[in-house]
Design a protein around this ligand. Structure first.
Ligand SMILES: [Cu+2]
Length: 301
């Protein structure tokens, strides 16, 4: 293979990796947008002023510009090596956007069951690329609510209203039927790939059965995407919770948020009813993060 051919091959490989990430990432955007539209409650008090909820339209506009900025106008480029995913041109269409983002569902339908074979395949696994860093960069300018760094710091240390915070036991216990809290991903001054809640690192969170739970999630990591999913036990062992972790309750997933920018830190909100008693986990779904310890226990009793 001559140099030119090698360059072409390397470019193709890189594009394939990025395309795989982008599809996964687009789903995360959809989840965020859907949450913003459907969230019935207010953010946890005292919620910082955030920009208004993104509508589906700005989401699509942003998606289009992000994708064209990344991949140019290469209509017809095979995606993920699988013909079933059609072409780049189709991905850019409203139909492609809706398919990838679940058409406004709380999360993309394909993310809650088995993923189509080859959708991510080796794209996310190989090449030595850190998916969290790639996703964080791609989604840094995504629409949606933001908070300032100072607000994120305050949220990370603030004790939730009505909760009992036990520092030694590393637990936060709610006895109220309305549960509001903020969870900050990888804030400054702590270890990477951890959650901060009421000043605690990855605390056990305990809520009564039937509680209406509203969680504001902030990505305070300067260079890596993070998200939060409340899921059944066991998923923390997975390298790729996006593929293996199902939300335990309707609405209990925000797959990830992009990197902060000068506009602030991304702050998404999820709301769900903790209907069934049991022991669950909250974890970051970005590949590798839950395995590195970005997870905690979520108990409904
Ligand atoms: Cu993470």
């Amino acid at each position: 293979m001559n140099t030119e051919e090698t360059e072409i091959m390397m470019t193709r490989k890189r594009n394939t990796i990025l395309a795989g990430v982008a599809v996964l990432a687009a789903a995360g955007l959809g989840a965020g947008v859907a949450v913003a539209i459907s969230s019935p409650g207010q953010p946890p008090a005292p919620a910082p002023a955030a920009s208004s909820a993104a509508s589906a339209s700005p989401g699509y506009s942003w998606y289009q510009s992000m994708m064209s900025g990344r991949y140019g106008s290469g209509a017809g480029t095979p995606m993920m090596g699988g013909s079933s995913f059609g072409s780049y041109g189709w991905m850019m269409s409203q139909a492609g956007y809706r398919w990838m983002t679940g058409a406004g569902a709380p999360w993309p339908g394909w993310m809650t069951s088995s993923l189509p074979a080859g959708m991510m395949g080796t794209a996310m696994m190989g090449g030595g690329t850190d998916p969290g860093k790639v996703m964080g960069t791609l989604f840094a300018n995504a629409p949606g609510p933001r908070v300032t760094a100072a607000q994120a710091t305050a949220l990370a240390s603030q004790a939730p209203a009505g909760a009992q915070v036990a520092v030694a036991a590393n637990t936060i216990t709610f006895t109220t039927t309305t549960v509001r809290l903020a969870i900050v991903a990888s804030p400054p001054g702590g270890h990477d790939e951890t959650f901060r809640v009421a000043g605690l690192v990855n605390p056990d969170i305990i809520v009564p059965a039937g509680a209406r739970v509203t969680i504001q999630i902030v990505n305070a990591d300067p260079d890596t995407a993070h998200g939060l999913v409340v899921t059944a036990s066991g998923a923390t062992a997975s390298w790729m919770p996006m593929m293996t972790a199902r939300p335990a309750f309707t609405g209990s997933a925000l797959w990830f948020l992009g990197n902060p920018t000068a506009a602030g830190m991304h702050a998404g909100t999820i709301a769900f009813t903790a209907a069934t008693p049991g022991t669950y986990h909250y974890l970051c779904a970005v590949p590798g993060h839950a395995q590195k310890g970005m997870a905690g226990t979520f108990t409904v009793r």
